[in-house]
Ligand binder design. Structure first.
Ligand SMILES: Cc1cc2nc3c(=O)[nH]c(=O)nc-3n(C[C@H](O)[C@H](O)[C@H](O)COP(=O)(O)OP(=O)(O)OC[C@H]3O[C@@H](n4cnc5c(N)ncnc54)[C@H](O)[C@@H]3O)c2cc1C
Ligand SMILES: *[C@@H]1O[C@H](CO)[C@@H](O)[C@H](O)[C@H]1NC(C)=O
Ligand SMILES: *[C@@H]1O[C@H](CO)[C@@H](O)[C@H](O)[C@H]1NC(C)=O
Length: 435
């Protein structure tokens, strides 16, 4: 029996799940909604690492991902004069052991579009109109209740629907999580890492090249440039350590709730005298239309991230935070495992599949969410001595070509669990047979 599925959120995880379910059974009736008026293709550079690479290979999408790749040769750590303190070249192994720069780097929007388009293609001789997948924008969920046989949903436009499976793939601030767990438990699941980050593009300048440049200023502040985008622009990343509560008192409201113009003002103030290209970053930020700022943190739910016929997927259920570099990988792996568990049990046992999803994915979530406390301290040192220490450590690592020392910093190499295999999802082999 084909399933009636509602997916909330058309970011990375949502369209990835729609695509996979559709290929498993083209007759599933899958609706993907997003609160935005259109497919949201903004965002800066993201990457695939470790298990994300194997997942995309099994999904038959790794070749497509190569096509959207951006060139980045590695990362250079610079001082206030722009002088290079250490350089790390990208890793080429694809096995999980990665350096700072993965060999699969691309713009977030290009991946969103790739997954969205893949979910709408014809499979098994069926078009997306035969059940299939359809997207509805400017739409969210206001109420959710479930019983043993289905999930009842009320939408923001007042309409209602009943589904066999509902998936909340609505990001770090997931409303579905709130509806599933209740507001207090949902809020308690967010663990701040006391970092505010902002991303935008600014005009390209001489000196911007294929190396990502990272500058760390006193006071736990950081500036980074990256190239992968249009030939005339450069990506700007700002980071600062901040106690969110103290900042909220100062701003009169939580930083993340402030309008972008106000956020820009505060960041400009905080960055004063930070050194290196601060003036350029501040000018670029004022003019940026694609400015996006957020508080970095992890979502760690006390209990299950999937219950009955409702599952949280990606950042909504287990955001590992940008500090791990694994957000995209984990959202894709989550979509793969949820679809795989449905394929394994057959369409008749959704609740079993949801339980299987929770128990199969949990070890990966736990593994990836372990951030060495050293990461934040190393990259956001608060004192000049700390910065000196960072430059020294990174310089030593480079000098002695012991990039492998970096491995203790990144979680995917601690064990590097192999992804579960679902024989039904070897789409790259199926595609190969057709050729
Ligand atoms: C605009 C944007 C820019 C980003 N930029 C970066 C970046 O530069 N670097 C980086 O590392 N990560 C970035 N991220 C986060 C990154 O995409 C995720 O960490 C990761 O890829 C996991 O994806 P996800 O599908 O779980 O969530 P997301 O990619 O965050 O997608 C969630 C989707 O849900 C939608 N949504 C939210 N609330 C609701 C609601 N109530 N009802 C319906 N839909 C809703 C959102 O509009 C969005 O399309 C960005 C996310 C967004 C939304
Ligand atoms: C799929 O579900 C939607 C709404 O839930 C419904 O309008 C549509 O007719 C269904 N499509 C098919 C082919 O059953
Ligand atoms: C979005 O939906 C709301 C209510 O559901 C409606 O009032 C508004 O006009 C819609 N906007 C767009 C751009 O469709």
């Amino acid at each position: 029996m084909p399933l009636k599925v509602l997916i909330i959120g058309a970011g990375i995880g949502g369209p990835a799940l729609a695509y996979t379910l559709r290929r498993l059974n083209p007759d599933h009736n899958i609706t993907v909604i997003d609160r935005y008026p259109e497919l949201r293709t903004t965002g800066q550079q993201v990457d695939l690492r470790g298990q994300g690479i194997s997942t995309m290979r099994n999904l038959g999408l790794l070749d497509k991902v190569k096509e959207i790749g951006v060139e980045e040769e590695g990362i250079a750590i610079v001082d206030t004069h722009g002088k290079t303190k250490a350089t790390f070249r990208k890793s080429e192994t694809g096995t999980g052991k990665q350096s700072f720069t993965s060999e699969y780097e691309f713009m977030r929007g290009d991946l969103v579009k790739l997954l969205h388009d893949a979910s709408l293609k014809d499979y098994g001789g069926k078009t997306s109109k035969d059940g299939g997948v359809h997207y509805e924008f400017n739409k969210s969920v206001t109420a959710l209740t479930q019983d043993a046989a289905g999930v009842d949903i009320t939408f923001s436009d007042g309409t209602t629907g009943r589904y066999d499976l509902v998936v909340g793939a609505d990001g770090q601030w997931s409303k579905t999580r709130k509806l599933l767990l209740g507001a207090p438990a949902s809020a308690a699941a967010f663990h701040s890492l006391n970092l505010i980050c902002a991303y935008y593009t600014m005009p390209r300048a001489p000196g911007d090249d294929a190396l990502m440049k990272m500058y760390v200023a006193p006071g736990g502040r950081g500036l980074t440039t990256r190239m992968g985008c249009t030939p005339t622009t450069t990506q700007a990343y700002l980071g600062m350590r901040a106690d969110p509560e103290a900042l909220a008192v100062r701003c009169g409201a939580p930083f993340v709730r402030l309008p972008p113009e106000k956020q820009k003002e505060i960041l400009a103030e905080e960055l004063r005298d930070a050194g290196w290209q601060t003036d350029r970053f501040v000018r670029g930020m004022r003019d940026a239309a694609d400015f996006y700022a957020h508080e970095i943190g992890q979502v760690r739910i006390d209990g299950a991230f999937a219950k009955g016929r409702v599952a949280l997927l990606g950042d909504a259920g287990y955001c590992p935070s940008a500090m791990t570099g694994m957000g995209t990988t984990l959202a894709l792996l989550g979509a793969y495992v949820l679809a795989g568990e449905i394929a394994k049990r057959g369409d008749g046992d959704v609740e079993g599949a949801v339980r299987g999803y929770e128990s199969t994915l949990r070890p990966y979530v736990d593994e990836i969410q372990k951030i060495s406390p050293g990461v934040t301290n190393l990259f956001f040192p608060t004192t000049r001595v700390g910065i000196f220490a960072m430059h020294t450590v990174l310089g030593l690592i480079e000098t002695f070509r012991i990039d492998k020392l970096i491995m203790w910093l990144t979680p995917e190499d601690k064990g590097g669990l192999a992804i579960p295999e679902y024989p039904e999802i070897r789409f790259e082999e199926k595609d190969g047979e057709k050729r």
